[in-house]
Design a protein around this ligand. Structure first.
Ligand code: OFO
Length: 168
């Protein structure tokens, strides 16, 4: 059974994963309206992945006899100046999520909840992959510059890791 401290911090993570999903959905919609259909597809897929993350937390909390609380929606930003600025925001957001996963690891250790400590390792690994995939995209964007965004947009889906495709 989860203790209260773990139940609370895991429920906060439900909110954060939900917000991640909404944020990437807003970015996808912005990119689609600007004509970047490849970037939009990447972000729609990312948004779906975040919803899967949120569900993993919900199901885990309930499975351990806690009560998952389903958050209301916080409105994400709807406007971004350009692609580099938007992907910088994605990276910052993922770094923020990595910190909060590390916080959960710390609470697991404090509370000696080794079951949750073991379970959360999947997210520890996932954050390495998420950050590195966004950094890779930022590197490519820097490389192509403003002139070749058409090619960048065409190729971005091939930058999605194979692991991301099979994830659930
Ligand atoms: Fe859920 O990993 Fe991104 O935010």
């Amino acid at each position: 059974m989860l203790n209260k401290k773990l139940e609370d911090i895991l429920n906060v993570q439900v909110q954060k994963e939900d917000y991640s999903s909404q944020l990437y959905l807003a970015m996808a919609s912005w990119a689609e309206n600007k004509g970047f259909s490849g970037v939009a597809d990447w972000l729609y897929a990312q948004s779906d992945e975040e919803r899967v993350h949120m569900l993993k937390f919900v199901k885990y909390i309930n499975e351990r006899d806690g009560v998952a609380s389903i958050p209301g929606m916080d409105q994400p930003p709807a406007e971004f100046s350009n692609l580099p600025e938007m992907f910088d925001a994605v990276l910052k957001h993922e770094q923020y999520i990595t910190n909060s996963i590390n916080e959960i690891v710390a609470v697991c250790m404090e509370e000696k909840d080794f079951t949750t400590l073991n379970w959360i390792q999947w997210f520890v690994e996932e954050q390495i992959e998420e950050e590195s995939s966004v950094k890779n995209i930022i590197d490519k964007l820097n490389l192509v510059g403003d002139k070749n965004l058409y090619m960048f947009d065409r190729d971005i889906m091939s930058m999605r890791g194979a692991e991301a495709e099979g994830e659930a």
